[in-house]
Ligand binder design. Structure first.
Ligand SMILES: [Zn+2]
Length: 343
């Protein structure tokens, strides 16, 4: 059949092999389209993840928001912690660092006109004063605890005495700060001194041997030992060479309290350890506070507060706690004071 006969019969021209028009594939455009498609899918996936994380974060951080109002830890959150919180928003599987919802009062021993134990050279020039060492380590403990979201109260954060007249009143004022702030734990930091060549770290607790205070002291000693100390002199009760009396702060502070002697200022070995390990000791003491708060049920393992009221070491109090907090009680400032002595 000729082409003319075919066209007459079928109304169109016949298609001959080899004359079909080839379809040209533009591979470059296909690849670009695929890339754009993948990018759009990734964008949608990222958007879904962001929305999911936002809802999840709002839900899990509910207790943090309420707690910061109670414990004043909001402003104390360090830069490091803030960045952790930001990072966790893009990584939903990374657990947020806990904010430990309890309050520690830190008391740097001595201050101002009361230098504590002092070290002099042969020309009677002051080399080292206890009041400076106690302030340095106390501020380091404060920084560490606040970086963990713990609320901290300082009895002093500069070189001052808390009363111009007597050391007894100065110590009373320290106890008042701790009690009025409703602290859950109290740590009083000192350096020891002796004329002989003696070294070592120790903690002092009320002579009624209260369980809570003892636990705090033992946790501190365990952690200090782990960092490295010259000699672990352990936990003692009462007052040096007189176990019938107590350090003023251990007698009058109503929450669990410990007085720490962080090595002898008269020992070169202890002074070197103190200077070298200052940050590590601060972390050790801070972690001991967090561990104790967990063990005593003040907070749960995530840092959320469980105890409704202030933590009180009732077994060491001479008078009912209510008498201390009664504003009408004329002996308010000395409600628990009996058989105590100055630091
Ligand atoms: Zn001292």
């Amino acid at each position: 059949m000729t082409d003319e006969e075919f066209e007459r019969l079928y109304g169109r021209k016949p298609v001959r092999a080899g004359t079909r028009k080839r379809v040209k594939v533009y591979w470059g455009r296909v690849i670009i389209a695929l890339i754009v498609f993948v990018l759009i899918i990734c964008g949608i996936w990222q958007l879904i993840r962001t929305i999911y994380n936002k809802f999840k974060k709002d839900d899990s951080s509910a207790f943090v928001v309420t707690s910061t109002a109670d414990t004043e830890t909001d402003s104390s959150l360090g830069d490091e912690q803030s960045s952790v919180a930001e990072d966790s928003s893009s990584e939903p599987d990374t657990p947020q660092r806990a904010t430990w919802q309890f309050k520690v009062c830190i008391d740097p021993g001595h201050g101002g006109a009361d230098g504590g134990a002092c070290l002099y050279d042969t020309d009677n020039n002051l080399i080292r004063a206890e009041k400076d060492d106690t302030l340095r380590i106390s501020l380091a403990v404060k920084d560490y605890l606040e970086s963990q979201g713990v609320s901290v109260v300082m009895t002093r954060d500069t070189d001052i005495m808390l009363d111009d007249n007597t050391i007894d009143q100065d110590l009373d004022n320290r106890c008042t700060i701790a009690n009025d702030a409703k602290s859950d734990l109290f740590i009083c930091l000192h350096r020891d001194s002796v004329s002989k060549d003696v070294s070592g770290f120790e903690c002092w607790v009320h002579n009624k041997k209260p369980d809570m205070d003892t636990m705090l002291a033992q946790n501190i000693m365990t952690n200090l030992q782990a960092v490295g100390i010259s000699n672990n002199r352990g936990v003692s009760y009462g007052y040096t060479n007189d176990h019938t009396s107590n350090y003023h702060v251990n007698a009058d502070v109503v929450c669990p309290s410990v007085l720490c002697e962080l090595g002898f200022i008269t020992s070169e070995l202890d002074n070197n350890l103190f200077d070298t390990n200052l940050q590590a000791y601060a972390k050790a003491i801070g972690d001991a506070c967090i561990d104790t708060a967990k063990e005593l049920g003040v907070v749960d393992d995530n840092g959320k507060r469980v105890l409704n009221e202030q933590l009180i070491s009732r077994s060491k109090l001479y008078y009912p706690l209510e008498s201390y907090y009664s504003a009408t009680n004329p002996n308010r400032r000395n409600a628990t004071t009996q058989e105590r002595t100055s630091n």
